[in-house]
Design a protein around this ligand. Sequence first.
Ligand code: SF4
Ligand code: SF4
Length: 425
Amino acid sequence: MKSVYDAMWERLNLDLDAHAALLEVLGKFYGDIYLSQQGRLKGMEYIDFVISEIHGLRIKELQEAKAQGRKVVGTFCVFVPEEIIWAADAIAVGLCAGAEAGKERAEEILPRNLCSLIKSFVGFKLARLCPFFESCDLVVGETTCDGKKKTYEIFGEHVPMYVMEIPQMKHEADKELWRKEILRFKEKIESLTGNTVTFEKLKKAVKMLNDRRRVLQRLNDLRRHHPAPISGRDALLVNQISFYDDPERFTQQINKLCDELENRIQKGNGAVPENAVRVMISGCPMAIPNWKLPYVVESSGAVVVFEESCVGSRNTRDLVDESAETMDELIDALVDRYSRIDCACFTPNEERIAHIIDAARKWNVKGVIHYHLNFCQPYEIESFRVEKALAREGIPFISIGTDYSMEDLEQLKTRVQAFIEMISA
Ligand code: SF4
Ligand code: SF4
């Protein structure tokens, strides 16, 4: 079907036919998983609109900003300090990697036994399916796992690539390295944009992104209520959209959504039945449109009330200290905030286990579903330690390894339903 955006997509060199087919599949998928939910919040209309325009209006906005001289910088990981990008008057966008489309193209230049996330972002670029990629003046990678690290060497032949070195431990020397990496990144962004990152601009960007984290914290806190006032699917979607939308607009809209949630809670209404079993999903991030597991969980009679993930609490739990009075202090505040991320790429990574247990108690979950993408060594290996720690606390646990295909859907349903039955007993 023709779209009003065809001319723009053509200018961006997308494969128009393949792209139209992708949008059609996604639209259908979205209808089945999201629009079919009963008693959805009014505020989710905004999210539905953003999703329906994610390759349209949002890309048009980016193109208009570019025409005025602004740069667009794409990132894959929450470790990349977005504050620096916004402070240089550039626009940061998360590069989604949650679908199988383009997998065959990716496997032409990469081994098959890599996680779906890596194959997805490479596949989207090679198959010319993603207008975000085509809008980027710079793509920022990071050394969080070997798969990504080595892929960026090959991927750099296809996109303007910059790689940040992320420390793997949290000693003073690692923080020193990270501080230097942030400064090197600042120089890179300054030379890309021709703008200087001043203390005032950085402070403003810190406040803007903290506000975005604060509203997501607010949303998460409201999910502690029983019955859950929002489905896990919708909450995940809000988190996913935070990576693409304009941060100020997003914060404003999600605050409105939270007002609506508070209203609902006051009336004692939930988004799900009173007896829906409360569970947490913990592990790898879930990029758009990776909704398979939450969908399976919630159509099996449970509700996801917490995501221990980078598309979830790991990205929003910690704020950057806003009290800095000098540039040096502000950079230290960034170093400190980002060093608190408990990604499984760190060793040791005790904080993550403590955070999972703490959240399981606070959000009153009956079980933890540990999720990793197949071939993701950091999260799959760490799941053994998470399991042991949760067993000591008497919290039921199941480990799910999957990919972006639908081939294992029935098998997933069987395993998840058995787990939910067990924890509901
Ligand atoms: S899980 Fe680790 S590598 Fe992935 S986005 Fe989070 S911090 Fe980055
Ligand atoms: S899911 Fe795991 S293997 Fe894949 S990019 Fe993330 S950390 Fe690396």
